[in-house]
Design a protein around this ligand. Structure first.
Ligand code: NDP
Ligand code: OXD
Length: 309
């Protein structure tokens, strides 16, 4: 019997328990799934960083911690978490992110705000260019960045992507390194941030890099708040250098009520809803990783603790 501890907000248990049981059965795994196993009997932890479990010292036989979240910045530095840590790459979450990113990109591309503001009887045709003349840059070419890049490419947008390591991805102009970042930003009419929050990605968009954007660029951030220097973005918005920003994630969440983003006419705030983990598909991913663990196969989506993602 494999002992699996479910350590997430307790209100999530009712949703996850039957789906995990089914996924374990489908994967032919004999699992005792509970919220309250004795720590030293646990084989795997299904984990959300906002759960009560923060000290893994007594999880002495645990073979892996399986995160339900894609972003692991809140756990990666936990010194008691010495076992392998896997982040979530969930087809349902990815599909949600693609829809959210494409939707907000099309809002900018089609000038939907101007269309909505023109419902005053004035017949003023506003013809948007084709997507092929609207270069888009995606910072981060991982599971989510690549899926969004391919979806935007399929709509006709020329897509440039930027990552830590050098890549060759069909249909995408791939760049890396600091020079690559400047180049990636220099052509971007719309920039999408899908980087993890690590010491190396903090303030990726700052006064200097924002200045590399063409005037009037738009920014979409479903990655993490610390990727952007907030004051530098507000300055760029106030100077008109950046035309608009859609921000889903913030250094402090919920975004404090007095934060200037709320009142800014050229900022749209969404409350960290770009893409949720979808329990059904996520449970299949968890079961597959436990199956791998039990068969001595490499885990999927293993976090590189040094890189922080
Ligand atoms: P991945 O780990 O698959 O991809 C991360 C990408 O960022 C990789 O391409 C990586 O480069 C690149 N990267 C990392 N560090 C650097 C760096 N220093 N310089 C340049 N590129 C870098 O993550 P996902 O695509 O699955 O998710 C991305 C982020 O999206 C998550 O970490 C999370 O913060 C956020 N997220 C937000 C959600 C929301 O609802 N708002 C939902 C889910 C996720 P390389 O390929 O070379 O390793
Ligand atoms: C995640 C998120 O990291 O929802 O999964 O932001």
């Amino acid at each position: 019997m494999i002992n699996v501890q479910f350590a997430a907000l307790s209100e999530r248990w009712a949703t996850y328990q039957p789906l995990l049981q089914k996924a374990f059965k489908d994967a032919d795994l004999s699992v005792d799934l509970r919220q309250d196993h004795a720590p030293d009997t646990v084989d795997y932890v299904v984990y959300a960083p906002n759960s009560d479990l923060q000290d893994f010292t007594h999880h002495t036989r645990c073979k892996a911690v399986l995160s339900l979240w894609a972003g692991v910045e809140a756990i990666v530095g936990n010194d008691t978490l010495t076992m392998p840590l896997c982040r979530m790459v969930d087809p349902g979450l990815t599909a949600g992110m693609v829809e959210w990113v494409v939707g907000h990109t099309l809002r900018y591309h089609l000038e939907l705000d101007r269309c909505l503001a023109m419902q005053n009887g004035e017949w003023a045709p506003l013809v948007p260019p084709l997507a092929q003349s609207r270069p888009v840059t995606i910072l981060g070419l991982g599971a989510l960045g690549q899926a969004c890049a391919q979806a935007l490419h399929a709509l006709g947008f020329p897509v440039t992507g930027w990552s830590r390591s050098e890549k060759a991805i069909e249909n995408i102009h791939c760049l890396h390194g600091q020079e690559g970042l400047k180049q990636a930003l220099s052509t971007a009419q719309i920039v999408i941030l899908l980087l993890p929050d690590t010491p190396a990605t903090e303030n990726t968009l700052n006064a200097q890099t924002l200045a590399a954007l063409p005037k009037g660029a738009r920014i979409i951030n479903p990655g993490r708040g610390p990727l952007i220097d907030d004051q530098a973005l507000l300055d760029a918005l106030n100077q008109g250098h950046v035309a608009h920003a859609t921000l889903d994630v913030f250094r402090i969440e919920p975004l404090p009520k007095d934060h200037p983003y709320w009142a800014h006419p050229n900022v749209t705030v969404t409350p960290h809803i770009a893409a949720e983990t979808r329990p059904k598909t996520a449970c299949d991913v968890i079961a597959e990783n436990i199956r791998r663990g039990e068969h001595g196969e490499p885990f999927l989506n293993l976090v590189d603790r040094n890189a922080g993602y």
